[in-house]
Design a protein around this ligand. Structure first.
Ligand SMILES: *Cc1c(COP(=O)(O)O)cnc(C)c1O
Length: 570
């Protein structure tokens, strides 16, 4: 005791988006949810972490769907004062030569034993800033590349300055959760040069900064890697020729590529699943890239009926997620009853809100994720006649969809319309609904309330995926292409089922056209017969999903790996 809590923080976690609370709309999808779950587990494990992100007063957006499925974006504004505590400190950064003042707001994430991780939200909405600058912390993924780079200056440079102002001067590891925060390295370089009494940066400063940074890359999709032309970088950051001249700052001499900047200035680099580590090593040859497989925060994503069940049979499950392996000892009937409570709740709310009249006795498939074309939300409808026949001959299926498309992703938006068309075409034969405004609450209700969680990405584009892990914790088996985490979590017929059976690397040929036939075959020959005619064996798969996958694919295990392999390693 006698120390201020700030002195003890040695890990600083930087993320462009963090999903801390359903009502705080500062996340768009998987990256932000993972950030929130990471912080929750750090708090549980008493990891001395502090987190930094931007405050988005207008949030991401609230999705509304017209009758034909066309997406409209509504404001997701929220009341900052209701959730966050304003801090008195003020710092400033230069953006295009203008001084932009920043304050921060604190949210304390509480762990199971009451220890906390403070999250600081940087806010430029101050009277002393120009209108344009005030707007910089309004929207997540909202503007053009000029707006985005300006935001990244605030997050990276502003974030380090704010931490220093708050008294965090013994950070040992700065964790860059994706490349967005990579400009924090510029501030750390300046600190290193300053300590050495130099006015401009040298290669030596790079070595000093590399010792301080840890980088996680999150996607093999090229659009997921921010890059800015050097002219724009000079305009926004300033003519920092000493910075741009360092070996490893500009990519190919003319691009500020945030991924390469982070790769060149981090001592530990990792992908988010074993396969993604492999793919990343192929994408970024010459770097040592490790893999730490993602997880989800178990206590957050386990539904009330299963929480009650685990509390009774596995009393230490929250403190020790590994102990969820004892789910094997829970009587099947009790698991089924807990599941049916979740299913009834979901179906009641679907029926109330959409009037679709789904049946709680029919096998219900769930599919919810960011609508990106590589995720192939429409794969299930490739052969509607076959699907209709499978459903009619088996006892029936019904499907619940959800997911937002990025406001400027017209292809993604058209994909939602296509699912609406399939819904109309299948009419009463197969009931389908597309729920609006996918968010944490809906994600929790869906992953717990369906009988089967479907995932259909085009390998190897899905770095990890996490919604299937939420399903596993609630005893909902997974049917998925072998990609991302599922390569590690899949045991055929025991934890779920695969679509197709090969695992391929980047550049290797894989015939994606075989996926839809394989999906139909798995449903027809394996899953539906099990569900309708051998319920005991279906229940086994539910229980093994919890015991084998729930006990492992959680952020408690993941955080322990970050602590051992990244944060406190050299
Ligand atoms: C879990 C979750 C995600 C990420 O799930 P994926 O399987 O990676 O697509 C995205 N959005 C919400 C609201 C979630 O709850």
């Amino acid at each position: 005791m006698g120390r201020t809590p700030n002195e003890k923080r040695s890990v600083a976690y930087f993320s462009m988006e963090i999903g801390i609370d359903e009502r705080v709309s500062t996340y768009s999808g998987g990256l932000g949810i993972l950030a929130g779950d990471t912080i929750r587990s750090a708090a549980d494990l008493k990891v001395p972490m502090v987190a930094v992100t931007l405050l988005y007063r207008k949030g991401y957006f609230r999705q509304e769907l017209e009758t034909d499925g066309w997406q409209r974006e509504e404001s997701a504004a929220w009341l900052v004062e209701d959730f966050l505590e304003e801090m008195p400190h003020r710092i400033s950064v230069l953006v295009e030569g203008r001084t932009v003042h920043l304050r921060s707001w604190k949210y304390e994430v509480k762990g199971i034993d009451g220890s906390t991780v403070p999250v600081y939200f940087l806010d430029a909405d101050l009277a002393e800033n120009s209108e344009w600058d005030r707007n910089l912390t309004q929207s997540l993924y909202g503007g053009d590349e000029h707006y985005r780079l300006s935001q990244e200056v605030l997050l990276g440079i502003g974030g380090v300055r704010m931490l220093r102002a708050l008294g965090h001067d013994s950070i040992r590891s700065f964790h860059l959760n994706e490349g967005h925060a990579a400009l924090l390295t510029l501030e750390l370089l300046d600190e290193a040069a300053h300590r050495a009494g130099r006015k401009s940066l040298t290669q030596e400063d790079m070595d000093a900064v590399r010792k301080q940074c840890v980088f996680t890359t999150h996607t093999p999709v090229p659009a997921g890697h921010d890059k800015f032309p050097v002219d724009l970088a000079r305009k926004v950051i300033g003519t920092r020729e000493d910075f741009f001249a360092l070996d490893g700052v500009l990519h190919e001499g003319n691009t500020l590529n945030m991924t390469y900047l982070a790769l060149n200035l981090s001592r530990h680099i990792n992908g988010v699943a074993r396969k993604h580590g492999e793919i990343s090593r192929l994408m970024f040859a010459g770097y040592t890239i490790d893999a730490i497989t993602n997880g989800v925060h178990a206590a957050t994503w386990v539904s009330a009926p299963f929480r009650e069940l685990f509390d009774r049979y596995i009393p230490f499950w929250k403190k020790d997620n590994f102990s969820l392996r004892y789910a094997l000892s829970i009587p099947k009937g009790e698991v089924w009853n807990a599941h049916m409570q979740n299913k009834k709740r979901l179906i009641d709310s679907v029926n109330r809100e959409t009037g679709v009249s789904m049946d709680e006795n029919v096998l219900t498939i769930g599919f919810a994720r960011r609508v990106a074309t590589y995720k192939r939300a429409d794969l299930l409808f490739q052969d509607m006649e076959r699907l209709r026949k499978i459903s009619a001959e088996s006892g029936g299926i019904q499907v619940i969809y959800a997911g937002k498309a990025h406001p400027r992703d017209v292809e993604g938006k058209n994909l939602i319309k296509q699912i609406f068309r399939a819904k109309h075409a299948l009419g009463k034969d197969i009931k389908i609904t597309y729920l609006e405004n996918y968010n944490m609450t809906l994600g929790a209700a869906m992953t717990a309330g369906v009988d089967l969680w479907l995932n259909t990405p085009e390998p190897p584009m899905e770095a990890s995926g996490t919604s299937g892990m939420k399903a596993a914790l609630n005893g909902v088996p997974h049917l998925s292409v072998l990609d991302g985490w599922w390569i590690e979590g899949h045991i055929e017929g025991l934890t779920g089922w695969s679509i197709g059976n090969e695992v391929v690397g980047k550049g290797e040929h894989r015939d994606h056209s075989l996926d839809a036939p394989s999906l139909y075959e798995k449903l027809e020959k394996t899953i539906l017969p099990l569900f309708y005619r051998d319920r005991e064996r279906f229940m086994n798969v539910m229980i093994y999903s919890i015991a084998i996958n729930g006990s492992f694919f959680n952020t408690q295990r993941m955080m322990q790996q970050y602590v051992l392999n990244a944060y406190y390693s050299r």
